[in-house]
Design a protein around this ligand. Structure first.
Ligand code: 21W
Length: 197
């Protein structure tokens, strides 16, 4: 799967190079490209935002800059473009599974008060939120989406964990224990002790 990320803060995505997602990128199971929206500003001061028509506090990201950044992505016509937005439908496991079947995602991250609606209407296929609480931008939500979707890509998580999870479907969770057998005077439950870790 190819994932292009449109953001004003590409450095926030460094953590994707760690752990399981980092391995998946190394193994070419996922390809992630970061596009800095600011690189497409035509302004001499690299300005990307402006005040809001009709009043209201804060600034909006300008539509032309986002559009030019989007058009710079090879194959953008055939990709699914997702705007991470507090107004979107809340991400769930069924949506995650569905998105994992796409071969090319473009993730648009807003910051400040958001993005001019006209470019959203022009390029966005789906609007997704990660829950009913307020963040400062779409970058952490984009990472949550990538992390959850990546787990469904063949080879990203080890096949035993995947199998175990498909049995339980997340419903048969239970407390788990490893060594030492006694920790702060608390013992591992007797019934589990015959199966050594
Ligand atoms: C927070 C942007 C608040 C804009 C009229 C219309 C992406 C997010 C975000 C943010 C506003 C997600 C307004 C859960 C989140 C995100 C930044 C305010 C004002 N006035 N999922 N709209 N929570 N948040 N909008 O915050 O970009 S996915």
């Amino acid at each position: 799967m190819k994932i292009d990320i449109l953001t004003l803060f590409p450095e926030m995505f460094s953590s994707l190079n760690e752990s399981i997602i980092g391995k998946a990128i190394e193994n070419n199971l996922i390809e992630i490209n970061l596009i800095n929206i600011r690189d497409f500003s035509k302004d001499k001061h690299k300005k990307v935002d402006d005040t809001i028509y009709g009043g209201g506090a804060g600034m909006l990201i300008k539509p032309d800059v986002v559009y030019d950044a989007y058009k710079s992505i090879k194959g953008h016509q055939n990709a699914k473009t997702i705007y991470l937005s507090p107004q979107g439908s809340v991400l769930n496991q069924n949506k995650v599974k569905e998105l994992s079947k796409d071969t090319h995602l473009i993730l648009l991250c807003g910051h400040y008060e958001g993005i001019d609606q006209r470019v959203i209407d022009e390029i966005v296929d789906e609007e997704i939120s990660i829950g009913d609480y307020i963040l400062t931008g779409g970058e952490l939500p984009a990472m949550v989406l990538i992390d959850s979707v990546a787990r469904y890509i063949e080879g990203v998580i080890n096949s035993e964990s995947a199998k175990e999870e498909s049995f339980s479907e997340g419903l048969l969770e239970y407390p788990q224990y490893t060594r030492p057998e006694i920790f702060l005077n608390r013992s591992v439950p007797e019934v589990l002790k015959s199966r050594k870790p």
